[in-house]
Structure formats: C-alpha cells, structure tokens
Design a protein around this ligand. Structure first.
Ligand SMILES: [Zn+2]
Length: 200
C-alpha cells in the first residue's frame, strides 16, 4: 500500500514551445481539462477557503495552471508537473478520484499539489532556508522522515514543504499524504512567515 498512494512531483525541462491553452477574457481560472463542473467548483472553493497568502499565491498562477483527472498510477494519481520553456513555467496538477471528492483528505492532497506549484513558482533559496528553520523548531522535527515508498530513503524536502503548505491551507492537521509527515509549524507562525517567503 505505499507506492500506490505516493504523490510525486516532476520537473520537466521542455525545449519546445508549449501552446497557450488558457487564453480567456473571463475572470482568471485554471484550465480544468476534464474535470466536471462540480469538481472544478470544489477545487476553486478549496483555494478560496485557504488563508490569503496561500490562496493569492495559487490564484496568481491560474493563468498557467492546468488541472486534470489522474491519467496514470504515478503518485496514486496525485501529482504535479512544472514545464519550463521559453514561454515561462506552466503547471499541471493531476488529482485522483479520491482527491476530487469532498473531504479532509481531498482538501489536503489538493493543497499539497498546489503547494508544489507555489514552491516552484515563487520560493527562492532564502525562502527554503527560512521555512526549514521554522520547521526545525518543531518538536515533531526529524532530520530524516522515513519515506515508506523509497526503500530506506528520506522524504524529499519539497514533499515536506508541500505537506506543511497543505496543513496551513486547510487548517486541518489530521490528514496525511503518503509521506506521513506531521505538522511542523504552528499555523499562525507559518502564516506570519509565508507572505515574506512568497513576496521576495
Ligand atoms: Zn508531492
């Protein structure tokens, strides 16, 4: 049961120009590739419910974000891809059927994948250092969180950070991604820090 529910994030360097598929005169929103109206509404509601710094950082990237149903078993279906080209960076978030249903777990996984978008879109090296300095103060901190899906490896830092952004976004600390990383920051403390991290 481990590898089938792991979330992965993939960074592709794309040389070819990626066609712009989200040109629209309406209010900015992601390109909901194949989501139902109800699923798209739930996605937008999840972003709106998050605190301002998270919500605004995601919405600022709506114009270059595609959201689609999982089409592979990668990460149990929940994964994010950043495609970098001469046109800039574009993001794809894929969500499993379970994540596209209402509930705390789907809230968490959606925010986790959007956490990857925020990290790739706006976090610089100093932001990483500041964030992990805060996490290191937590009584839950470990130098290595065992990654059950990686044969003795540690959970990668970007997955730790994506989970912390998800806890912050949802305000719900009991949900876990497959990485099983617990909350590592008080929500208020992370909330105080986040605007500086994403505003550099
Ligand atoms: Zn992830």
């Amino acid at each position: 049961m481990r590898a089938d529910v792991r979330c992965v994030t993939v960074l592709f360097l794309v040389v070819a120009v990626i066609p712009v598929t989200n040109a629209t005169a309406k209010a900015p929103r992601p390109d909901f590739v194949d989501l139902s109206t109800r699923q798209a509404r739930l996605f937008l509601e999840r972003v709106r419910r998050a605190p301002g710094p998270f919500s605004q950082a995601v919405a600022a990237n709506y114009g270059r974000l595609r959201v689609m149903r999982a089409r592979s078993k990668i990460g149990g279906g929940d994964y994010s891809v950043a495609s970098i080209s001469g046109e800039g960076t574009r993001f794809t978030v894929a969500l499993s059927p379970r994540a596209l249903k209402p509930g705390h777990w789907g809230d968490h996984m959606t925010a986790h994948e959007l956490g990857h978008v925020i990290i790739n879109a706006v976090f610089d090296g100093a932001a990483w250092v500041d964030a992990f300095e805060l996490f290191g103060l937590s009584g839950n901190w470990h130098d290595c969180f065992a990654d059950a899906g990686a044969e003795g490896g540690c959970v990668p830092p970007d997955e730790i950070l994506a989970d912390q952004l998800a806890f912050y976004a949802t305000g719900y600390s009991a949900a876990r991604s497959a990485y099983r990383v617990p909350p590592l920051a008080n929500r208020d403390a992370f909330g105080d820090l986040l605007p500086r991290l994403i505003g550099r």
